[in-house]
Design a protein around this ligand. Structure first.
Ligand code: DX5
Ligand code: ZN
Length: 226
């Protein structure tokens, strides 16, 4: 049986932050128990929304004391991989659905010194990852259709279980990140199913007390050895 561990990570998504007070939001995250800061990069082509890009990341890079986890919801991500490394991103994920030569893209991310992740949309089965998994540092299971914050969680527990089973049976060194609609109601169950990294946007930033919310989510996903 899969052994649970207690090093699950919380990655608040900046997309739900108050952009008119970004320095303050970053300061709050620095003082929190979060592990990564999730950056949602949208191009208005792969997804029907546009978010933010390099100037914003550069403006916070010197202020953050947590690793940056950029989630590229863009077509042709290869064009920008090096730029993300240059602005200090440490975890970079690209979408399976956006990459024609996914293996090359993942190699490119590694060559630029970052951890490489592959994200899959809710309609994409984990089985398509079979050949790329040995090269991945993490997989992002999308539990909403990408494009917007604060959407309703799409049940992804079976997908998580399936992926956990493949990773463990093959002995791959690959983390599972879940992204979309994560909150106090689903974090514990997902943690038990095998998620390692939890992205949370709305749950954190719409909370009266984001620091406490991060702490709470973290406590709910801190798994005990079986
Ligand atoms: C969706 C993004 C998510 C999202 C998370 O396109 O990739 O990271 O902003 O926000 P919540 O937690 O509000 O669903
Ligand atoms: Zn995301």
């Amino acid at each position: 049986m899969w052994l649970q561990n207690d090093n699950d990570m919380i990655a608040p998504s900046l997309l739900s932050a108050d952009f008119s007070n970004l320095a303050k939001e970053v300061e709050m995250l620095n003082g929190s128990s979060c592990d990564l800061i999730h950056l949602d990069i949208m191009d208005g082509v792969f997804v029907p929304n546009i978010s933010f890009g390099f100037p914003v990341i550069k403006s916070i890079k010197d202020k953050v004391c947590k690793p940056l986890d950029a989630h590229l919801m863009i077509v042709d991500p290869d064009k920008y991989v090096k730029n993300f490394a240059d602005v200090g991103v440490e975890y970079l994920s690209v979408h399976y659905e956006a990459c024609t030569h996914l293996n090359r893209t993942v190699q490119n991310i590694h060559a630029c010194g970052m951890k490489a992740g592959v994200a899959i949309n809710p309609a994409t089965p984990v089985s398509v990852l079979e050949d790329i998994l040995p090269e991945c540092d993490f997989v992002v299971i999308m539990s909403v259709n990408p494009g917007f914050a604060a959407q309703k969680y799409i049940d992804s527990i079976d997908k998580v279980r399936k992926l956990r089973k493949i990773i463990d049976s093959k002995g791959y060194n690959c983390l599972i990140e879940i992204d979309g609609g994560i909150n106090r109601n689903n974090v514990e169950e997902l943690s038990k199913a095998g998620v390692d990294i939890f992205v949370a946007g709305n749950a954190v930033f719409s909370s009266e007390n984001p620091l406490q919310e991060i702490e709470y989510l973290k406590s709910k996903c801190s798994r005990q050895p079986l």
